[in-house]
Design a binder for this molecule. Structure first.
Ligand code: 5AD
Ligand code: SF4
Ligand code: FES
Length: 353
């Protein structure tokens, strides 16, 4: 078994290709994890260097028409104070984020139909006139809507697949369909966005086999960005409490993705730091190269409660900006001065496999 895992890790580091069984073997491994994380860190350094890209996360509406069983923003959650920020104010927040040195803005919300195509394209074109890269994370839309956003100037789109297991998906995302979600991701790709996707690790009923399949799916797209977050139980949701921490498993999934897709952008996610202090720094040293600090105005932060215990709730956008830069410097890395688009380096991949 041990010999096997070493063989698999060496192969992954060299060829950036593994089959499902080999991925599963890594996910099942509990002893040789230091080696996995350090190889992922080396691969990150070889392909992407020591720079860390910051993306200013603006959570502009916590209304959501969907009802995902695991998420605090689900429409049936009556315990949440809802808010939405008017387009002009979103643009003002973005200007401030740019002044704090951010080169990429991520606009995130629940699926909120209040922001129709007119409103969205106005927000997008105003933000793009500031010369920043713009990522949208506003859920499932029609091809025409994605196209309008892209035509208005949006550069990237984040839509996590969450899980590729159809049974699990149907149970956890009622009224939604895995097929449509996959179609959305294909549409986003077709329209020339940089595609961000990812999964939740530790969903009740999820198996390591299904996570291995998720990893293969993300590579098959292939995504330009992969966000991996541990499941965190939210008592305001109807899902069962698994009572375990999925920090380490998330880190493993993230490291495997780095081995298989050496040049993509991988964020050290907020959910990781929610479960482990300095979780983002640990992730940055296990394959990640991106952080998405919260740039939402402090008074709204506590209401964007996807899961409890989120970090930075009482902090200001400027505080988070300074805080994260200091943390990044403390591990001998530095904040990038560029927009952080993916630079494809396929020619460096081993052809023989
Ligand atoms: N724990 C961790 N992540 C969650 N998300 C939603 N609910 C939870 C939860 N309970 C993630 C989903 C979604 C993103 C915005 O938050 O992956 O895409
Ligand atoms: Fe809405 Fe996204 Fe939460 Fe589902 S995961 S309820 S779509 S915000
Ligand atoms: Fe928000 Fe450190 S990043 S307080």
């Amino acid at each position: 078994m041990n010999k096997n895992i070493n063989f698999i890790l060496n192969k992954a580091a060299r060829c950036h290709n593994l089959d499902e069984e080999e991925i599963l073997c890594i996910l099942e491994e509990t002893e040789n994890l230091k080696r996995l994380f350090s190889i992922a860190d080396k691969v990150r350094k070889k392909y992407l260097g020591d720079e860390v890209h910051l993306r200013a996360l603006i959570e502009f509406s916590n209304y959501c028409k969907q009802n995902c069983l695991y998420c605090g923003l689900r429409r049936d959650n009556r315990c949440l104070t809802r808010y939405r920020i008017e387009p002009q104010e979103i643009i003002e927040w973005t200007k401030k984020a740019k002044d704090w040195g951010y080169k990429t803005i991520v606009l995130q919300s629940g699926e909120d139909p209040y922001y129709n195509t007119d409103k969205m394209t106005k927000i997008i074109s105003n933000i793009k006139s500031l010369d920043v890269a713009l990522t949208l994370s506003v859920g499932e839309k029609t091809f025409e809507e994605y196209k309008a956003y892209r035509d208005a100037g949006a550069d990237r789109y984040l839509l996590r697949i969450e899980t590729t297991n159809e049974t699990l998906y149907n149970r956890l995302d009622p009224e939604m369909s895995l097929k449509n979600r996959m179609q959305c991701i294909e549409n986003i790709k077709k329209l020339g966005y940089e595609v961000g996707s990812g999964i939740i690790v530790g969903l009740p009923g999820q198996t390591l086999e299904s996570i291995a399949k998720d990893i293969i799916y993300l590579k098959s797209i292939p995504v330009d960005m992969a966000g991996i977050g541990p499941f965190i139980y939210n008592p305001s949701t109807p899902i069962e409490d698994t009572k375990s921490s999925f920090f380490e498993l998330s880190l493993k999934v993230m490291a495997v993705l780095r081995l298989l897709m050496p040049d993509i952008n991988i964020p050290a996610t907020t959910a990781m730091e929610t479960l482990e202090s300095n979780g983002r720094l640990i992730a940055l040293q296990s394959g990640a190269n991106v952080v998405m600090p919260n740039a939402t105005e402090t008074i709204y932060r506590k209401h964007y409660e996807i899961y409890p215990g989120k970090i930075c709730l009482a902090d200001s956008p400027t505080y988070c900006r300074v805080c994260i830069e200091n943390k990044i410097k403390s591990i001998n890395r530095y904040v990038s001065t560029g927009k952080g688009f993916r630079v494809k380096q396929n020619e460096m991949y081993c052809k023989a496999n």
